[in-house]
Design a protein around this ligand. Structure first.
Ligand code: PLP
Length: 446
């Protein structure tokens, strides 16, 4: 590569050597019509600076922007596309469904088939309900947990993301079990006070919260493997300890497997770590790239949901036939367990290669993966919680991100996001990625 090295610490607005004129024009128009020019904040590259590219199309492991630049994609729509872009089976399923109508507002067989398929992967989801996003799933699960237990508080972990529901936009105050403070204007303090927080991997902090609020906590909700603070693995025994603490107090344990579901194992983190939650939330992979979320779990809890019970939750487009068709097509292909072995081996190779690049360059780095969900930090390891993640070298990540992008490798535009792999990423793609990332890192350090 013959690009000129960027000024250290300065982010090139346009990756060197590649034109982004058409994207820039679309972004200018977008900013004139929607806040920040995007329909979800991270897409604006707000964490890394610069401007986003606009996508023209995707196929397999690759996407192309409106200027014709090609990228190996490790964002994969932030997780859903475990089979890659435009998988023929999904495209056919959606096309066939669309020809029969896009929505009816009445039940269809596909909803039952997908629910049964989900339960085959997640036996703890004895009953489940489809919604349209992960956010809706977690909001509904928390309402249900409160309705079922008659308790007001929830406990979440610092750095875990559960969508943009009011109750989840709360970060830790000073220390353990402190009452939360809103970190988004618009969330009333009265509401955020009902969300307790603890550091991830700190079971003692959770036990302390339960000692301070006995019989008052409706649910503990967490990403069992964190992907939204960067990639954080649960410490040995952490999930089992949460299971024990919640059970003892009569609170519900909610695994938010919107990201980990079908990713860290076919049956999610609950299968991988052998811990059975009371409720599970899903999204991302179950929709195959169409808007689907789901929440489900213990039958006695789920039977409280309307119309079976009194806890209200509804949706005009819930169980949408196009979305169900895409989800079903994707889950059918994921029944092939060999596919998971291959995905995990390739993901392990990628992470090993990226860490070797850093070692060669003399940069402290750490990382990990479960299944096809992975992440690295520019930090001395191990990184066990959000506080440690925030001590990683974010400035270096920013330069690295842009240098990777300039070499046709699209990693998530934030140091605090997980990466993904799809079955469409070949061994050659992964080796190519490691090589380009090596050049990118050297350029970022230059
Ligand atoms: C993405 C995500 C959500 C939110 O899902 P949306 O479909 O974006 O609303 C919730 N929880 C986790 C763990 C996620 O990764």
């Amino acid at each position: 590569m013959s690009e000129t090295a960027p000024v250290p610490g300065k982010i090139p607005a346009t990756p060197p050597g590649r034109s982004h004129d058409v994207s820039r024009e679309w972004f200018r128009r977008a900013v004139g019509v929607t806040p920040g020019g995007v329909n979800s904040p991270v897409r604006a590259f707000s964490a890394v600076g610069g401007e986003p590219f606009f996508v023209a199309r995707g196929e397999g492991a690759r996407i192309w922007d409106v200027d014709g630049n090609e990228y190996l994609d490790y964002v994969l729509s932030w997780g859903p596309l475990i089979l890659g872009h435009a998988h023929p089976a999904l495209v056919d399923a959606v096309r066939d469904a669309a020809l029969r109508g896009t929505s009816y507002g009445a039940p269809t067989p596909a909803e039952v088939e997908l629910a049964e398929a989900v339960r085959d992967f997640f036996p703890s989801m004895e009953r489940l309900r489809f919604v349209n996003s992960g956010t809706e799933a977690t909001m509904s699960a928390v309402r249900l947990a409160r309705g079922f237990t008659g308790r007001p508080l929830i406990l979440k972990f610092e750095g875990c993301y559960h969508g943009h529901g009011d109750s989840f936009l709360v970060k830790a105050g000073s220390g353990v079990a402190t009452l939360g403070l809103p970190n988004s204007p618009g969330v009333p303090e009265e509401l955020s006070k009902l969300t307790l927080t603890a550091p991830f991997n700190d079971a003692e902090a959770v036990a302390e919260a339960f000692r301070s609020h006995p019989g008052r906590i409706a649910a503990v909700i967490l990403e069992p493997v964190v992907g939204n603070a960067g990639f954080l693995a649960p410490a040995d025994g952490f999930l089992a300890e949460l299971r024990r603490i919640t059970e003892e107090d009569g609170a519900l344990l909610v695994f938010d497997e919107v990201m980990t579901g079908f990713r860290v194992a076919p049956g999610g983190a609950q299968e991988r770590f052998g811990v059975r939650p009371d409720l599970t939330t899903l999204g991302k992979v179950i929709g195959g790239g169409l808007p689907v979320g789901a929440y489900g779990g213990r039958r006695d809890v789920m039977e409280q949901v309307a119309p079976a019970g009194p806890v209200y939750q509804a949706g005009t487009l819930s169980g949408n036939p196009l979305a169900m068709a895409a989800g079903l097509a994707q889950l059918r292909l994921l029944r092939d367990r060999d596919l998971y072995g291959e995905l995990e081996r390739r993901t392990a190779r990628l992470v090993r290669g990226l860490l070797a690049n850093a070692e060669e360059a003399g940069v402290p780095a750490t990382g990990g993966h479960y299944g096809s969900m992975w992440g690295t930090f520019f930090a001395e390891g191990p990184v066990r919680d959000f506080a440690e993640a925030k001590r990683s070298d974010v400035a270096l990540f920013r330069r690295y991100f842009h240098e990777c992008l300039a070499r046709g490798v699209f990693f998530a535009p934030s140091a605090f996001e997980a990466g993904f792999l799809s079955t469409a990423h070949t061994e050659t793609d992964v080796e190519e990625t490691i090589g380009r990332a090596r050049e990118a890192l050297l350029a970022a350090l230059a």
